[in-house]
Design a protein around this ligand. Structure first.
Ligand code: SF4
Ligand code: SF4
Length: 93
């Protein structure tokens, strides 16, 4: 049986994305507002942005506190629509 390898740290990406920037990229236009990621985030830093409606007709998710996000990538794993790209290496809270 094939085993999917863990994501290896990528020093090139970490150099290109300064720590002050968001640890996540959120493809708002693909979000269907299902809130699965909001329930799954262990640090409660995701919410629906009710000031926006995307082209699918949903309020997309947004990161409320970049500093509190640990880049654990749980949101990326649970999202059925591949909305998240996590740049940074996971860190302790
Ligand atoms: S990477 Fe982890 S801490 Fe950051 S928003 Fe996603 S689930 Fe929450
Ligand atoms: S799990 Fe994906 S589609 Fe659902 S609210 Fe979160 S980002 Fe949007």
């Amino acid at each position: 049986m094939a085993v999917v390898p863990e994501l290896a740290p990528n020093p090139v990406i970490e150099m290109l994305v300064p720590a002050a920037l968001s640890p996540l990229a959120i493809a708002e236009e693909r979000c269907k507002g299902c809130e699965i990621c909001i329930s799954a985030c262990p640090h409660h830093v995701l919410e629906l942005d009710r000031s926006l409606v995307n082209r699918l007709g949903y309020h997309p998710v947004r990161l409320t506190d970049a500093a509190a996000c640990t880049s654990c990538a749980i949101c990326a794993r649970v999202c059925p629509d591949a909305v998240f790209a996590v740049y940074a290496r996971p860190r302790e809270a």
